[in-house]
Ligand binder design. Structure first.
Ligand SMILES: *[C@@H]1O[C@H](CO)[C@@H](O)[C@H](O)[C@H]1NC(C)=O
Ligand SMILES: *[C@@H]1O[C@H](CO)[C@@H](O)[C@H](O)[C@H]1NC(C)=O
Ligand SMILES: *[C@@H]1O[C@H](CO)[C@@H](O)[C@H](O)[C@H]1NC(C)=O
Length: 637
């Protein structure tokens, strides 16, 4: 009895403190322009492009390069992305650029896994446009296999196939074919790729082996194809491949995919497609839950943080671990929201650094910790945590310094990057040789002449300190795999942050605006394409909104609103797209369209809304504001 009273008190304290954190994060978040940061991130990938550049290239200081990649080996490997501050195309951490992956995978059991070589490339400081270093291409095949890189490429292509499924089904199925072949190659010819390709050893070696990549690829292929073969694979190999032997913390980087496996498995469990294997997927979810609780500081193995609040995993390029972890945290929070689930963290030790209040200071001063049990975490707290990490990167940190180049007023000027630190070939076309690059440009005391917009550098050390110098390879080098995951979190935050909407009418009582009948003709334009005719229809959809609960978090007020959409037409409605500027927070029961402003479709299971039929969705509203929801597209059939 006494125990439960203590537990209860503790619960209250924590909730209060977390509320403070959340509202702090909310206030800070208002200062950041996630859409701009997202746009910059894409510009960074443009700057890393190899091969001929398109005319709409925005990193205009770059020009065509690597135009003969693969030629010596008789294969076209032009394109893809340079890895970091160097000009090598390392396949293992690339995970991006599926057109190039298709080129690099010409036969089922052949994958070209590197162009250029690390040692000679690193011995020179050259613009990619001037490169005279060898552009040797290296491959794995059945006699020299490499499971990490084959499986990782399979995972990337399977994941991308999902994105393209609706937009370009042919391309999507091409990606699935490549992914399937690469996975079989990785699985049947199991070997560490750095044994077959020793050239990668000092750069992206097989540090934690290939077991995680095999599970990761199988999990993505399961998500992409729903083929029971992959479900059996991830279930039967869960233990053998280390899938249930997590460290209780987030492991998600170019090397380790385990936490990604756990989060993806949790999604499959939550969406109800784990079939007879529910228990196995629950075991995976337990791993994901431990990792999330660790990130929240609510476990026996909490993730370390700097005093400024940044996850600290390692000294070398720490931000790639931070962006990876933030991505998984945000994704997991969204899955919980979408499937109306919560996370319970038990037996947690709450780190003083997590409690941004006097009590946290006392704990620090007296070197104590606080232990609580069985606490329910709201999904929004996970998103707030991911947001806080991203905000730190964007400048909400003790140095008020943005670790994304080009974002904010104070950001790295001396990023360790060959192309950015040497005068643009378009400004001065004189050849810059291997050594001259080091002498004249690497040691140039002036800032980089080209702004490597969107680059996320390695970041500060464990004391939140950072030295903006070109030879700071540990903290001052950017990499494609720092930016890959942050793109995901920024897209999420730009699409719908937790910040409140300013318009709409105040909800009052338990029921608000009943029966907003919407008749719209704007859908006719989109219909044209689908039906090949231009008739306009009188579309009648009722949208009934009802307040179902409200709660407070510190000073913020939240409400949950139930919306019932009813088809009042005599025909079924298909391809419905609803849009609202105000559905910023969690929305349950609608599918948010990626990359589209505030647009939502019906859940996949509901292909059409029959005449007279209704469906429900809920959203969380800040300050009890009612959202204005309208129909962007609909097809009467
Ligand atoms: C909504 O309004 C329409 C027409 O204005 C009416 O036919 C319908 O019954 C109303 N629905 C509800 C739920 O009140
Ligand atoms: C999204 O909405 C904002 C504000 O309404 C607008 O400025 C922007 O261009 C839109 N972006 C897209 C991709 O539609
Ligand atoms: C929508 O929610 C209401 C209230 O919970 C419920 O009565 C109704 O059956 C639901 N409709 C559908 C289609 O699920």
């Amino acid at each position: 009895m006494a125990g439960s009273i203590v537990g209860q008190k503790c619960f209250t304290v924590i909730i209060f403190l977390i509320s403070c954190c959340c509202s702090l994060f909310l206030q800070q978040s208002l200062a950041h322009d996630y859409a701009q940061a997202l746009d910059l991130s894409f510009q960074y990938f443009e700057a890393q492009r190899s091969g001929p550049l398109p005319s709409n290239q925005r990193a205009t200081w770059r020009a065509d390069s690597g135009l003969k990649d693969g030629k010596d080996q008789g294969i076209d490997l032009v394109g893809g992305y340079y890895d970091a501050g160097d000009n090598v195309k390392f396949q293992f951490p690339m995970g991006w650029g599926t057109d190039y992956f298709i080129k690099a995978h010409p036969e089922p059991n052949v994958l070209w896994a590197e162009v250029g070589d690390g040692p000679t490339d690193h011995a020179c400081w050259m613009r990619p446009e001037d490169m005279t270093t060898p552009r040797t291409a290296y491959k794995i095949d059945a006699s020299n296999p490499g499971s990490e890189v084959a499986a990782e490429t399979a995972a990337a292509m399977a994941a991308a196939s999902i994105v393209f499924k609706d937009w370009d089904p042919d391309y999507s199925s091409t990606l699935v074919t490549h992914a399937t072949q690469l996975f079989n190659f990785a699985d049947r010819f199991r070997a560490n790729y750095d044994v077959s390709m020793p050239v990668v050893k000092d750069f992206y070696g097989s540090v934690n082996g290939y077991n995680d990549e095999l599970l990761w690829a199988a999990m993505w292929l399961l998500a992409a194809t729903s083929d029971p073969y992959y479900q059996n694979y991830v279930v039967q190999n869960a233990i053998a491949l280390g899938g249930l032997a997590g460290t209780g913390s987030i492991q998600f980087s170019w090397d380790s995919k385990y936490s990604g496996v756990h989060v993806l498995a949790s999604k499959i469990l939550m969406d109800g497609t784990s079939g007879l294997n529910t228990d196995a997927f629950k075991a995976y979810q337990t791993q994901a839950e431990s990792a999330m609780c660790s990130a929240l500081g609510m476990s026996a193995t909490p993730m370390k943080r700097t005093s400024g609040g940044l996850f600290h995993v390692q000294d070398w390029n720490n931000l790639h671990d931070v962006t990876g972890a933030s991505f998984l945290i945000a994704a997991y929070g969204d899955y919980l929201t979408r499937y109306s689930q919560t996370l319970t963290c038990s037996g947690q030790i709450v780190q003083a650094s997590f409690l941004i209040a006097a009590y946290g200071d006392y704990l620090t001063r007296y070197s104590q910790t606080l232990t609580c049990s069985g606490q329910i975490v709201q999904p929004s707290e996970l998103l707030a945590l991911a947001q806080q990490q991203v905000d730190y990167i964007l400048g909400t940190n003790p140095k008020s310094f943005s670790y994304m180049v080009g974002y904010g007023t104070s950001f790295p000027q001396f990023t360790h990057h060959r192309g950015a630190s040497i005068v643009s070939i378009k400004t001065d076309s004189a050849f810059v040789a291997c050594d001259a690059g080091y002498e004249e440009w690497f040691q140039n005391p002036k800032p980089n002449p080209n702004v490597l917009a969107g680059a996320v550098v390695g970041g500060p050390d464990q004391n939140d300190d950072y030295t903006d110098e070109r030879d700071n390879v540990q903290g001052g080098e950017s990499a494609t795999y720092n930016s890959g995951p942050i793109v995901g979190v920024l897209a999420r935050l730009a699409g719908s942050s937790l910040s409140s909407s300013s318009s709409g009418s105040e909800l009052s009582g338990s029921v608000m605006h009943t029966n907003d009948s919407i008749a719209t003709s704007t859908y006719a334009q989109q219909n044209q394409q689908m039906r090949g005719e231009t008739d306009e229809y009188d579309l009648k959809l009722d949208i009934h909104q009802e307040l179902v609960s409200r709660w407070r978090r510190g000073k913020a007020r939240f409400s949950k609103v139930l919306c019932t959409v009813t088809n009042r037409n005599e025909h079924a409605v298909e391809k419905l797209i609803l849009t609202s500027e105000e559905l910023k927070g969690p929305v349950n029961g609608l599918h948010r369209l990626r990359g589209r402003n505030n647009s939502f479709t019906l859940p996949k299971k509901l292909k059409a809304l029959q005449a007279g039929e209704s469906f429900n969705f809920t959203y969380v509203s800040v300050k009890a504001m009612k959202a204005d929801i309208s129909v962007k597209q609909a097809l009467l059939v």
